[in-house]
Design a protein around this ligand. Sequence first.
Ligand code: UD1
Length: 415
Amino acid sequence: MDSIRVVGGNPISGQVTVHGAKNAVLKHMVAMLLAPGRYRLDNVPGILDVDIMGEVLDHVGATCVRRGSVIEVDVPEELNPEAPLDLVRRMRASILILGALLARMGTARVALPGGDDFGSRPIGMHLEGLEQMGAEFELRHGVLEGSAPNGLSGTEIFLEFPSVGATENLLLAAVLAKGRTVIGNAAREPELADLAALLNAMGAEVEGAGTSTIEITGVPTLHPTDHTVVADRLVAGTYALAAAATGGTLEVRGCNPDFLRMELRKMEAAGCGVVRGDTWFSVVGPERPIAQDIATLPYPGFHTDMHPQMVAFLARAKGTSILTENVYAARFRYIGELNRMGADVHADGQHVVIRGVTDLSGCEVDGCDIRAAAALTIAGLSAEGETIIGDAEHIDRGYDGFVDILRSLGADIDR
Ligand code: UD1
């Protein structure tokens, strides 16, 4: 097991350019299965989840070659339409091949993922929507077998909750379905809009992605294309909070600050100086933040994947903050670790109560999951003494060059 060692006290300052978004590139790779041929993706982060999705594509029969921040994908005419359990277990986003494979091959077999650290993450909305389009599902020996005996047909689907994954699965299925599909109460994430841009460049007819109503007119075939992945707003936000928590001054380049509107607004209210440009923003951290009340919500609300990092920042606030987690039933494992560092945080139902303390002190903590590991690093950067974050592999799932970047920004940190 790897660990990250950080000695707190240095401000995180300077300039950082963010890489492409994990939560976009994984979907883009799946979208490429919709038409045979050669594709090129630019601004691809060197993260573990991209490697795992590469394995999923390999399993399906496509070839995936990475050169630096570029991947080239070659998709054959015939695909093996299945995702096995070991891959789905390692990365839940593998479930997205369901819509794409049903659309392209009329059949798909995907091992059903179990719950994870955020409580159970069901896929009922994915399946109901695909059923409305004409798919049938059967669960056999832990494997979900989907088929579309008469092909998929466009229809009106209204989601119970603007689920990112369900919206994407339905979008991927609808681009090749017969007729017009309308997805109401759709997720509005910028990564989803980027997926729609890729699909349209492949010849699809998608309108309204990025709003809560997406209209798709099915086309008979698509063609390959090149695409540059949108910036990772979660990476941008994580470095911004690292600067904020350490009283640093950081310019974050390559990311539209509108994608972090709510997160930056809360940071400003907490006492950060924020300047916004078109594809950059800068943050100046306060000596100690002012307590804030925050609720995580689907985009454009405060992102649940910024929750643990924000709590790490508010751990040293003047006053008591309350963060309400509305997206996941349980995302609280990091709290015990943060408290080992001297924070005073507790969860009460879906509410996280953060009583600000003057100082955190470094110790050994467990990385838990990707955003928890990022949050504990932020806590470590602002704590007194040395923090060792165990299970550091979690960071590799979503942050390319995390330790080196923080070191270049002034942190005393190594792996
Ligand atoms: C995506 C992101 C993840 C982010 C999340 C919310 C990727 C690879 N992951 O995950 O980082 O935290 O969006 O912004 O892009 N739900 C159901 N039934 C369903 C589908 C979802 O109840 O059929 C629930 C989930 O359990 C969860 C909530 O809806 O509580 C949000 O899930 P969803 O938006 O689907 O997240 P993901 O697409 O899995």
